[in-house]
Design a protein around this ligand. Sequence first.
Ligand code: PMP
Length: 361
Amino acid sequence: MMAGPLDAVSRARGALQGFEPYDPAFSATRINLSANENTHPMPASYAKALADACAAPLNRYPDPMANGLRDVLAQRHGVARECVIVGNGGDELLFNLLFTFGGEGRTLVTCPPDFSEYALFAQMTDTRHVAVWRDGADWSIDADALVSAARDAALVFLTSPNNPTGDVVPHALVRRLLDETDALVLVDEAYVEFAPEGTSVVPWVAQDPRLMVLRTLSKAFGLAGLRCGYLVADPAVVDMLGAIRQIYSVDVLCQSVATAAVRSRDALVPVVADIVAERERLALSLSRVKGVTVWPSAANFVLVRLDRASVVRQRLRDEHSILVRDFSYAPGLEGCLRITVGTHEENESVVSALKAILEGE
Ligand code: PMP
């Protein structure tokens, strides 16, 4: 055989052709407000609990189901251990949901603009994807259109608060989906700690076996690097996902640190409160910059629209060493940049940099 260049793409399954490695468009900058991380310094007691938890023994395999971590998460939400499953970030659970309940002949319904991984994972798993687009002005969802699309669906994914638009899904819409369709309904609450009290639908899971709620430690808990997400769902869903999961995807360090973080969560209350207060200040300051439109947000980021968004993003990076996320290429998000809420100083910096660029100060 001649040893020519290997064409791995044509050897891959059809559904996997045309994919590119995920590129968060990261560059090293003084201020990084591009990935919705928690940039606040952590309280000393929280940091110490996490550091102590890093002493976990690494010569042993992890507990495949992470029962110790499941127990503290179950306790946090007032549910049984059987209602919780953990994953290597929320991403793994999103993939596994489509791998398990999607696939050929099944449909996922989403409401874009939303988290781009939903559509990617649907494609990878040969799941048909139906998009019910949000209103381009206020991002609201056409409830009748969604319910009607969901009647034939295996899965519906809703994001509350939504990334990148920042709005919360009305409870009445979740209720309608559960009452009027037979779909499994996922509410992705990755950012819910930043939303008003009572936003989460976790308390509904006990009565609604088709409702599943995704949470993560990547945002409010400041642990994006740890890779820990979890699902609160009916025990039947948890059992199914438990049976197909990569057995050791949540490693010993992750289980140990995540358990300490969830136990120490009270220390985060002032941090989250500060991010919420900063979000309101940031949104107001941005709305006063000439040429900037800001949408209200219940998450730890704000979405803005402005002219020549890509150029502005590049100038923020190159002239001010501030990184924000460019969504202006994405359908429905023309002219949009997403700015993570940082510390007070970081937020002041991004506002004055934008002023300098747009108002020429
Ligand atoms: N859902 C949404 C809406 C997100 O924005 C993210 C992260 N960007 C995730 C889920 C997954 O987060 P992780 O894998 O870090 O838990």
